[in-house]
Design a protein. Structure first.
Length: 215
C-alpha cells in the first residue's frame, strides 16, 4: 500500500476535490466501523448548545454521524447534511431518512441565506482546498445569532486512518485555538468556547464559534 505522503500533491483544486471524493467514496461502506469517528460524533453532539436551535447544517457530514448523534440526544429540529462524496451521502440516507442530504462542494453550498441556526463541521476543514471560502459560506447560511461548531485535529496518528487525506491537506490553520481563531476571524467568527477530546491516540479541538454579522 502506498503511503499518502509518497503521492504527488494535487496539481489543481479539481484534482484535490476528485482525490477527496474518490477516497471517501471508497471508505463509505465501512466508515462507521471507526470507533474513533463514532465516539467523536457523540462528543460533539454533547458539546453543542442546542438552545434556540431549530435547524442544523452539518458540512462534510460523511455518513451523518454527527446528525445521528444529535437525533440520539433528542434534537427534533430539521437536519441537513452536505458532503462531496456521493457514497457517503448514500450511507447517510440509510440512517437519516428525514434529513435533507446533498452532494455539494463545501465552498459553494446550494442552500439559501440565513437558513440555519447551527453549522457543524467535524474533521472536514483540513480537506477543503479553500477553507476560508467554506467558512464564509457558513456565515452566509447562518441566521442572526447563529453559531458553528468544529472539531479539528491537534495531534493525529496517520497510521490509524485508512482513508488518509490527499496530499495538500493542511491541519495547521486549525491545530490550536489561536490558529483556529485567526482562520475564522475574516468571516466574522470568534472562538467562544472549546474543549479537548481524545480517544488515547488522536487529539482534537472541539470549538464553538459565535458569529458577528457586523464583523
Amino acid at each position: 500500500m502506498t503511503d499518502a505522503h509518497d503521492s504527488p500533491a494535487p496539481a489543481t483544486v479539481d484534482d484535490h476535490l476528485r482525490m477527496v471524493r474518490e477516497r471517501f467514496d471508497d471508505r463509505a461502506p465501512t466508515y462507521d466501523d471507526s470507533a474513533m469517528h463514532r465516539a467523536l460524533a457523540t462528543a460533539v453532539a454533547a458539546f453543542v448548545d442546542l438552545d434556540g436551535v431549530d435547524a442544523v447544517l452539518d458540512v462534510a457530514t460523511g455518513t451523518g454521524l454527527v446528525l445521528r448523534a444529535l437525533r440520539d440526544r433528542g434534537f427534533t429540529g430539521s437536519v441537513t447534511g452536505v458532503d462531496l462524496s456521493p457514497g457517503m451521502i448514500d450511507e447517510a440516507r440509510r440512517h437519516l431518512p428525514d434529513a435533507t442530504l446533498l452532494v455539494t462542494d463545501a465552498n459553494s453550498l446550494r442552500l439559501p441565506d440565513a437558513s440555519f441556526d447551527l453549522v457543524t463541521c467535524v474533521t472536514g476543514l483540513q480537506l477543503f482546498p479553500h477553507p476560508g471560502a467554506a467558512i464564509a459560506e457558513w456565515a452566509r447560511v447562518l441566521r442572526p445569532g447563529g453559531r458553528a461548531v468544529t472539531a479539528t485535529f491537534l495531534a493525529v496518528d496517520p497510521t490509524r486512518h485508512r482513508a488518509a487525506p490527499p496530499p495538500g491537506s493542511d491541519h495547521s490553520p486549525f491545530d490550536s485555538v489561536e490558529h483556529l481563531a485567526q482562520t475564522v476571524a475574516p468571516a466574522g467568527f470568534r472562538v467562544a468556547r472549546t474543549e479537548t477530546w481524545t480517544d488515547g491516540a488522536d487529539e482534537l479541538l472541539i470549538a464553538e464559534l459565535s458569529y458577528d454579522a457586523g464583523s
